[in-house]
Ligand binder design. Structure first.
Ligand code: SAJ
Length: 418
């Protein structure tokens, strides 16, 4: 089988790798010439374990090539980004639409077209299907169209692409069956067939479920700070109940999924999707909450920011709440020194440089490197060492260091004021 994948990012490239490993030929299309040139030399541009070796081999064996333009193939998979439109929170389908238009000259009868990008419910029926119908194809008869959302965790993409269950939402039952043949090349999890709109909403709801649960944990953290309870203990205790799974509070919700997909549902039914919007607002309020508490700890000085990735142990900083927190603290006059061992940036500092004469270490990301810090260096570098750990990654510190987390923030609040 020959597969043409439009978009060679976090999902498109690992998917391409897996097809090549399972005896398919792949053309990986991207609009970025630099990425295309690098990929053709076997050099990958994303940090994801296992991909590099597979792509290198595939280029060598001539079963993978990157290109700026599509080619004829048996199946076309669209994995381009879908941001949201700021004015009304709706799903911005412009990249998906232009990807679909870009394959039109290469499509032949009998081909399968799969949209993997996360899209709002009804997008395949109302926006994508007409593109191919206008070009003269009868969907379900001479072209097979389906929405097959991905569900993978960065850092474990290769494993999850193979083993996770997959939802396939065809425009017709025949479309679903054809799309199943495509994923059957490498998916070992269950493949569930449904309609396109059900697949679209299922994907959006998976991430909304998580976003709403995180909002609940964040609200709990705020309540506990106000009324004087240890939020982390509450979560630990409540989670001993066999049917309770409180999530973890944090500095806000980042990433290209949880911080975006709930809006796609909200935009479709804004009068009804009340919990979904409130959860987004609650999670969006966390950077302010962090800054307010920083100002309760110190009124001026240097803050060493530890971690700007949205997710621990990755170099992915898309939609990271850390950037909003940094901007706000700078506006409030604090000196900011950023340390992130997973992100290459000439302005970021080493552990030693960042903590030198700092007044506060503010942990915003749960990289493994932050679990056990060099406390003697911290005590040497900081006059009065204080750590505010918003990710609850540190368990214990030596007694000369003050540690704040969502378990003891209430100590900063005057209980008579609330
Ligand atoms: N977070 C919390 N508290 C928690 C859990 C997470 O504050 O208890 C924060 C994280 O710090 C991060 C954000 O939420 O900023 C998102 O992290 P995540 O690990 O929950 O999710 P993503 O965005 O990396 O990946 C999600 C996954 N979806 C679900 O778990 C339902 C993944 O399976 C999807 O493939 C991915 O979205 C996607 O592409 O949609």
């Amino acid at each position: 089988m020959k597969v043409c994948i439009i978009g060679q990012g976090y999902i498109g490239l690992p998917t391409a790798a897996l097809f090549t490993r399972n005896h398919c030929e792949v053309v990986g299309v991207d609009v970025n010439e630099e990425i295309v040139n690098k990929l053709n030399k076997g050099i990958i541009h994303i940090e994801e374990p296992g991909i590099s070796e597979i792509i290198k081999n595939a280029v060598h064996n001539k079963v993978y090539k990157a290109s700026l333009t599509p080619e004829k193939a048996d199946a076309f998979i669209i994995t381009v980004p879908t941001p949201y439109i700021i004015e009304n929170y709706s799903c911005d389908l412009s990249y998906v639409v232009s990807a679909c238009e870009s394959i039109l000259p290469y499509l032949e009868k009998g081909n399968t077209v799969i949209i993997e990008s996360t899209i709002a419910p009804m997008s395949t029926d109302e926006t994508i299907k007409p593109i191919f119908e206008k070009a003269g194809f009868v969907i379900g008869k001479d072209l097979y169209l389906a929405h097959c959302p991905e569900r993978v965790l960065p850092g474990k993409i290769l494993k999850e692409l193979v083993h996770n269950d997959r939802i396939i939402g065809g425009i017709t039952p025949e479309c679903s069956k054809k799309a199943r043949e495509v994923y059957g090349q490498f998916v070992e999890g269950n493949i569930m067939l449904t309609e396109a709109k059900t697949a679209e909403l299922s994907k959006c709801m998976e991430n909304t479920f998580r976003d709403v649960n995180i909002a609940l944990a964040n609200e709990l953290a705020k309540i506990c700070a106000e009324i004087g309870v240890n939020a982390l203990d509450v979560i630990k205790m409540a989670n001993k109940h066999p049917r309770v799974n409180l999530h973890s509070p944090g500095p806000g919700v980042g990433g290209h999924c949880l911080a975006i997909d709930p809006y796609f549902i909200y935009a479709k039914a804004p009068e009804t999707a009340k919990i979904i919007k409130l959860a987004r607002d609650t999670n969006n309020s966390m950077p302010d909450f962090v800054c307010e508490n920083v100002k309760k700890i110190i009124s001026k000085g240097k803050i060493a920011i530890f971690g700007v990735s949205y997710k621990g142990n990755t170099g992915d900083d898309r939609e990271s709440p850390a950037y909003e927190i940094i901007a706000k603290l700078k506006q409030d006059g604090f000196d900011i020194a950023i340390h992130d061992p997973h992100i290459k940036n000439d302005n970021y500092l080493s552990f030693d440089e960042a903590t030198k004469d700092a007044d506060l270490i503010l942990i915003l990301c749960d990289h493994n490197e932050f679990k056990y810090l060099n406390y003697s260096l911290i005590s040497k570098n900081m006059k009065k060492p204080i750590i505010f750990d918003t990710k609850n990654i540190i368990n214990e510190v030596p007694k000369e260091i003050t540690l704040y987390n969502y378990g003891n923030l209430y100590e900063l609040y005057n209980q008579n004021d609330v």
